[in-house]
Design a protein around this ligand. Structure first.
Ligand SMILES: *Cc1c(COP(=O)(O)O)cnc(C)c1O
Length: 428
């Protein structure tokens, strides 16, 4: 469910007309719905009712300060992967004591920064990193709270670039090696407080099965570590998938209820129903690290059609956004539904929608049947709220797009469009 729908012939975000917004602010333009962000956060929070829990939003999905502020005001925790993300959380009014720090390559500077801000836990990905964390903490004369990321070796059945829970991925420590590692750490690493256990098996999971498999496999280990080392939390990661195809339709309750149980994509409530019974007797605080499930369907990227080019084999619609603005299609074959901002009359044509960047991978769709639109018309790339702007680059020296946060009929620029001077700032 989300706040994007046609009203009076044009696409709206909540009560804001996206045609007017694109005209006023130019394109490419990211637009986020604050109502949708909050709704997803609250649904996840509710889905975990019945266990002591905390939702730690995965900042990397969408780290705009205003997005973080919105979630911080709701009491969210944050899962960060760099000092930069912690800096953002602090600037947005988030509580460092509710932050967990993930990632395989933390530097000394990052560890020191996070220790100074007394984050909740370092989620450590290797023995070498745990030993280094101990060393840095000792140098500072503090105790570092830590959890090790267990790699449960389950197949998340998602795209290979966003699968993280198999033994061949770079993430985490092998399931079989965890108990010994905790035992060694407890006896040797005096500046480590073994606070929890963490896992995260991948992203954009649309079936509940891999989550269940991972929880069932790791729950006995979590219990054992609680008994042996007094750990207090288990983070079961993020990865809950969203609807990318039929994204516009999936904004409405009616679409969800029209689906049979077999057809219906994983809902946040279903996720909760499956995992809560498996977690509630562990006596551990459960952390969830959702990124995409909160932000993905809460944002769109608006772009303008510049030209139409009819080749011998194909028709290309050339738009003013490119892979520098939204790289998911080029990076991992990500799908984004494309809808004209003016409600279409019905006629469809098979086209490629491509960006201006000098790369053949710079396309948003190939050979897709789309409602017709013309040069000068605006279109929306749906489900672009997560892993969209955050992955933007200046490749081809194209300035970053602007970002807008909508609340009802109010649209606020939450990041200005970069200027040409911004592009060369810091260069000589
Ligand atoms: C990226 C990431 C997440 C969030 O993944 P989503 O698919 O966006 O929910 C959570 N935890 C860790 C450790 C991650 O790296």
């Amino acid at each position: 469910m989300h706040g994007f729908a046609y009203k009076n012939g044009t696409l709206h975000c909540e009560d804001t007309d996206l045609q007017a917004l694109a005209q006023e602010h130019g394109t490419p333009l990211y637009v986020y719905s604050s109502g949708t962000l909050l709704d997803h956060y609250k649904r996840l929070d509710q889905a975990l009712d019945g266990v002591d829990h905390e939702v730690a939003y995965a900042v990397k999905a969408n780290s705009n300060l205003s997005v973080l502020r919105l979630l911080a005001e709701e009491g969210a925790g944050f899962d960060i992967v760099s000092a930069g993300e912690l800096f953002r959380v602090i600037k947005a009014g988030g509580d460092p004591k509710k932050c967990t720090f993930a990632g395989v390559g933390k530097t000394r500077e990052e560890i020191e920064y996070a220790l100074k801000h007394e984050i909740y836990s370092f989620n450590v990905e290797s023995e070498a990193e745990l030993r280094y964390l101990n060393e840095v903490a000792a140098d500072l004369g503090v105790i570092a709270p830590a959890a090790v990321r267990v790699n449960p070796n389950v197949d998340a059945k998602t795209h290979k670039y966003i699968s993280t829970g198999k033994s061949e991925n770079k993430f985490g420590v092998d399931f079989e090696a965890i108990s010994d590692l905790y035992a060694r750490a407890a006896s040797e690493l005096k500046n480590i407080h073994l606070r929890g256990l963490q896992m995260h098996i991948g992203s954009q999971l649309t079936s509940i099965d891999p989550f269940i498999e991972a929880v069932d496999k790791v729950a006995p280990l979590a219990s054992q570590l609680k008994a042996d080392h007094g750990i207090e939390f288990w983070s079961i990661g993020g990865g809950i998938g969203i609807v990318y195809e039929d994204s516009l339709q999936a904004g409405s309750e009616a679409w969800w209820s029209s689906k049979s149980d077999e057809e219906r994509p994983l809902t946040l409530a279903q996720y909760g129903e499956a995992v809560v019974p498996r977690l509630k007797d562990l006596g551990l605080k459960i952390l969830l690290e959702p990124g995409r499930a909160i932000a993905g369907n809460a944002g769109v990227l608006l772009t303008k059609c510049l030209y139409e080019k009819k080749g011998s084999a194909k028709t290309f619609k050339i738009v003013d956004a490119g892979m520098g603005d939204l790289i998911r299609p080029a990076l991992y074959e990500g799908h984004h539904d494309i809808v004209p901002i003016k409600e279409p009359a019905g006629e469809v044509r098979k086209v490629d929608v491509v960006g201006p960047i000098c790369e053949s991978g710079d396309f948003f769709c190939q050979d897709r049947e789309l409602p017709d639109f013309q040069p000068g018309d605006f279109i929306a790339l749906m489900s672009a709220g997560a892993y969209g702007f955050v992955m933007a680059s200046n490749y081809n020296s194209r300035p970053f797009p602007a970002e807008i946060l909508v609340d009802g009929g109010t649209a606020t620029v939450v990041r200005k469009r970069q200027t040409l001077d911004d592009l060369i700032a810091g260069e000589s």
